[in-house]
Design a protein around this ligand. Structure first.
Ligand code: GUN
Length: 303
């Protein structure tokens, strides 16, 4: 058995961002509209700060307007809801993203429900969740959307394939299931209580790992030739890389899949980093352009 093909999310996302940028310049030249994305960050979680910074940079690079709203983590819910209301009514804002997680004093679901579903570029509003499951015109959560684009690009028709999704979150697992079901896959949603997870995994032609546990999915869980999509981004100690200045071990990023073990068996696999991660922001930009077109009565872009 030869080593798995590597599904290159970095290259794929760069092509998608180029297509987004060319749609943005077409929209700007044919109408007086510039797509705009507002990102709201509460608190100073380092990972969230990095994500929000990358989102803003790539939004501007695609030719769109980026609006950033940053608050301390002692902000009250009413202030945040007021901001959402302003952004809902601002015509220059086509997409609104509230970076999660939010601090404990804020009801996350209440905030997400306050976003105009047509500006909900994260696809987390229950209206978009319902539209996704019923086959309506929705905005689809960015990470699973990116995974489905890579799967369709690599495998072509997914119809009839057995897919297992490990993880049942609202952000990845559940919308991923809806997307693969819409492609006529037979979908299993597995989780921490699933009985004989390795055995169920071995039946799958497509494995999507989104549990947040470093290298949990082992090579002998994978059916020979299967396609493996690793959504996990876990920072772990890497003593083999030496020590930091403060004496603690250097760290590295790993996925939810034991990459070396799985790559020896799978037909194709996404690496970490450089797989699913870069696709998420590219899909966010894509959703913002789609939202902008729908709000301005323009045809959906070809993205
Ligand atoms: N936090 C982690 N992932 C996401 C995401 O996809 N969207 C938002 N808004 N917050 C996140």
């Amino acid at each position: 058995m030869s080593e798995a093909a590597v599904i290159d999310g970095k290259a794929f996302s760069a092509r998608l961002r180029e297509k987004v940028a060319s749609e943005v310049s077409r929209i700007k030249s044919e109408s007086s509209v510039t797509p705009g994305l507002a990102v709201v960050l509460v608190g100073d979680d380092p990972a969230s700060r990095v994500y929000v910074g990358s989102k803003a940079k790539q939004t501007v690079e695609a030719g769109m307007e980026s609006f950033e709203h940053r608050y301390n983590d002692d902000i009250d819910e009413a202030t945040l809801l007021d901001l959402i209301d302003q952004l809902n009514n601002d015509k220059t804002v086509n997409g609104i993203l509230v970076q999660l997680p939010l601090p404990d004093q804020i009801d996350e679901q209440k905030v997400l429900s306050a976003i105009d579903p047509d500006k909900d570029v994260d696809g987390f509003h229950t209206t978009n969740v319902g539209r996704l499951w019923t086959g309506g015109e929705s905005l689809v959560p960015c990470t699973p959307f990116g995974c489905s684009l890579m799967l369709k690009d690599y495998l072509g028709n997914l119809s009839g394939k057995n897919a297992i999704i490990i993880g049942r979150s609202n952000i990845v697992g559940k919308p991923m299931a809806a997307l693969l079901l819409a492609e006529s896959c037979t979908v299993t949603i597995a989780h921490s209580r699933t009985d004989d997870l390795p055995g169920k995994c071995r039946e799958a032609d497509i494995v999507v790992a989104a549990v947040g546990r470093p290298e949990m999915v082992k090579g002998d869980w994978i059916k020979p030739g299967a396609t493996v999509i690793d959504v996990g981004i876990n920072r772990v100690d890497a003593p083999e890389k030496g020590l930091k200045d403060d004496g603690s071990p250097k760290t590295k990023l790993v996925g939810d899949v034991d990459y070396a073990g799985a790559a020896a068996v799978a037909g194709a696999i996404t690496p970490v980093p450089g797989g699913v991660g870069p696709m998420t922001i590219a899909c966010l930009l894509r959703n913002t352009v789609v939202a902008c077109c729908r709000q301005n009565g323009l045809p959906d872009p070809d993205l």
